[in-house]
Ligand binder design. Sequence first.
Ligand SMILES: [Fe+2]
Length: 163
Amino acid sequence: MNNKRDISTLDEIIDALKNNTDNAESILDRVNLNVCAYHSLSDWDNDQHVRKSIYKCDEFELALLFWNPGIVSAIHDHNGESGYIYVIDGSLKEDVYELKNDSLIKTKTHVLNKGKWSRISGNKGIHQVSSLVQKTISLNIYVQSFNSIYVYDDKANKELEYV
Ligand SMILES: [Fe+2]
């Protein structure tokens, strides 16, 4: 395993991912972004996270998400596509769900601190992401064209939503 954190800009991440999205996990293990640089792009809302798409091609999309403290996403999946969340600054809680007998069951909760990442995969991945007590910036990578999610209510009914 390569423990070197030698990827320090978004351009370097984009170059590394081109024709190489299968290795997104090892690429993310090498990322160490300059927090100050991304605070300068920041845009905050009190009611929801702010999502800024910064690069999009057929293979993948990169977006920066800005989370004020206490923001909670809808419970959603990624409509069959893989996705990664990398925490640039702050921390996020991720609750992971499974659909069993038409009910949503929470199977895992973990906290992602600065420099940590998580993957949501394919048709199985349903999650809810929340910011904790500090302002948080995440880098989200969506593999393949990403333009819709399914949002779940507490009865596990799902509705397609375009993002
Ligand atoms: Fe998500």
